[in-house]
Write a protein that binds this ligand. Structure first.
Ligand code: NAD
Length: 282
């Protein structure tokens, strides 16, 4: 078992990430030395560096692994030796583990959403769920829902090609799971009302205010999860709660993806409540 954590996050525009603080605090709480570096490809000192060079250097410097975020989650796959089942299903990697000269890619966003959903919305009705957004995060959330007892998924994305492609990929990976692209939320709520809604579009972020569906469609028979966590309480969640829905904020996915990554980096279990407390302290 590790006596120290040495890891980092590679991406663009990551200066406000809470992931380093979660990892360092958890390492120190467990009596390990914690060193978690931001490898911001937008920073002047990294200009001209390629993703391949960042991975080579981290591996040579003895890093346990790296977290990978926008815009490298797909590109990084070309630089790895192996993928976990979840990373292969999603087609994206957010955690790379270096061990014995091999680089293995994992997708802890998938487990992060699944675990947040399991703990935060226990006993949620899951016969039919509407997923908003089939981009990078939406794909991970869709596979998480397929692994979380959801029977049927409707997928709405303003880019209909993305929704169609995700529906096809899901049914290929999970043969008993049903998934279909939909074009009109109001019609769906009228004719085939979902039990729950998950927002994986960026709508509701501080810089993109609003909601991807009309919240007037929602009622107390439904639950609503958002994966946007900046702000923590999106307009979608506030209005869904006002309409009597059970709600799940995006912070859970952000915390649990880090919990699983810590375990992969160190081989030691992490404490979700402690990591959540660090996340909330920001
Ligand atoms: P992305 O750009 O890859 O995908 C977003 C998708 O939403 C696109 O396919 C786009 O066409 C679609 N979309 C946008 N507006 C829409 C609308 N009004 N109606 C229907 N579809 C619409 O982005 P991403 O990387 O998937 O991230 C999405 C959001 O999830 C971001 O806000 C990000 O911060 C958040 N996120 C949260 C976590 C977490 O841990 N909680 C993890 C990853 C991403």
């Amino acid at each position: 078992q590790a006596r120290r954590l040495l890891a980092g996050l590679v991406g663009r525009g990551i200066t406000l990430s809470r992931t380093p603080a979660m990892h360092v605090a958890e390492a120190e709480r467990q009596g390990l030395s914690g060193d978690y570096r931001l490898l911001d490809m937008d920073a002047p000192e990294n200009s001209g560096l390629t993703l391949a060079a960042v991975l080579d250097r981290a591996e040579a410097d003895g890093f346990d692994g790296l977290n990978v975020t926008y815009p490298f989650k797909i590109e990084v796959i070309d630089h790895l030796d192996a993928l976990s089942d979840n990373a292969r299903a999603v087609g994206a990697v957010n955690t790379v583990v270096f061990a014995e000269g091999r680089r293995t890619g994992h997708n802890t966003d998938l487990w992060g959403f699944a675990e947040s959903f399991r703990r935060g919305l226990p006993d949620a009705e899951t016969s039919h769920v509407l997923l908003l957004g089939a981009g990078g995060a939406g794909v991970a959330v869709a596979h998480a829902l397929a692994q979380s007892g959801v029977s049927r998924l409707s997928i709405l994305d303003s880019d209909t090609g993305r929704a169609d492609a995700l529906a096809g990929a899901l049914t290929a990976t999970h043969p008993t799971f049903r998934a279909a692209a939909v074009g009109d939320a109001a019609r769906l709520f009228d004719t085939d009302r979902p039990d729950g809604v998950v927002n994986a579009t960026p709508m509701g972020m501080a810089k993109l205010p609003g909601t991807a569906i009309d919240t007037g469609l929602l009622g107390p028979d439904q639950w609503v999860a958002d994966i946007v966590y900046f702000p923590l309480e999106t307009r979608l969640l506030a209005e869904a709660r006002d309409r009597g829905c059970r709600v799940l904020p995006g912070s859970g996915m952000a915390v649990f993806q880090a919990v699983r990554a810590f375990e992969l980096f160190t081989g030691r279990p992490a404490c979700p409540d402690e990591m959540k407390a660090t996340f909330d302290a920001f």
